[in-house]
Design a protein around this ligand. Structure first.
Ligand SMILES: NC(=O)c1ccc[n+]([C@@H]2O[C@H](COP(=O)([O-])OP(=O)(O)OC[C@H]3O[C@@H](n4cnc5c(N)ncnc54)[C@H](OP(=O)(O)O)[C@@H]3O)[C@@H](O)[C@H]2O)c1
Length: 163
């Protein structure tokens, strides 16, 4: 099964105008630590939101796009979910679904674990994750200690698909 990784605010908001709601350096480090050496799957919009416009270094980047002519150096473009599944079949690395909303929603059914950095704030947003606290088939299994970034409180949590 695949894993989902995201940061979300109190309303499960994840982005606005194709940007993250906030960048927390410690959260970025944690994301880096977890995904390094693994496979990251993302939507074309999330890929294009990266500040330097480059694939994430040290990871196999898979970009979902319906554009057949979409080419990115050092990344793989796949054009539908079946091609994604075939491409990922037999891979030894962990598979992390890294966003954004469209991709999280479509790939959540294939994930068994979700690493959610919960940000204790409500942002204006236009992109959301499904509320895993209300999802009957998901449960919160781990809550890290409260952390702060200036006056922003956040914590690392883990959800798992109920067996
Ligand atoms: N907080 C977080 O952890 C986090 C993480 C990642 C992203 N985000 C935020 O999420 C927002 C972006 O989310 P989004 O929903 O707008 O975009 P997205 O999911 O990143 O990308 C959507 C694009 O993916 C492609 N796509 C989606 N489903 C597909 C399918 N079944 N087959 C082939 N291609 C498919 C399409 O690309 P084409 O249009 O090229 O066909 C579609 O336009 C941004 O605000 C970003 O900052 C937040």
């Amino acid at each position: 099964m695949w894993k989902l990784i995201a940061s979300a605010d109190k309303n499960w908001a994840i982005g606005k105008e194709n940007r993250l709601l906030v960048t927390i350096p410690n959260d970025m480090k944690q994301f880096q630590r977890m995904t390094m050496g693994q496979i990251v799957v993302m939507g074309r919009k999330t890929f294009e939101s990266f500040p330097n416009g480059l694939p994430l270094a040290g990871r196999e980047n898979v970009i979902l796009t319906r554009r057949k002519d979409y080419k990115v150096k050092h990344a793989v473009a796949v054009h539908d979910l079946d091609s994604l599944k075939s491409w990922l079949k037999g891979k030894k690395e962990e598979i992390y679904v890294i966003g954004g909303e469209q991709v999280y929603r479509q790939l959540l059914p294939f994930c068994d674990t979700a690493y959610i950095t919960k940000i204790n704030h409500q942002y204006e947003a236009d992109a959301y994750l499904p509320d895993l606290d209300k999802a009957a088939d998901w449960e919160l299994v781990k809550t890290g200690g409260e952390q702060t970034y200036f006056d922003l409180e956040y914590m690392f949590t883990v959800y798992q698909r109920r067996r």
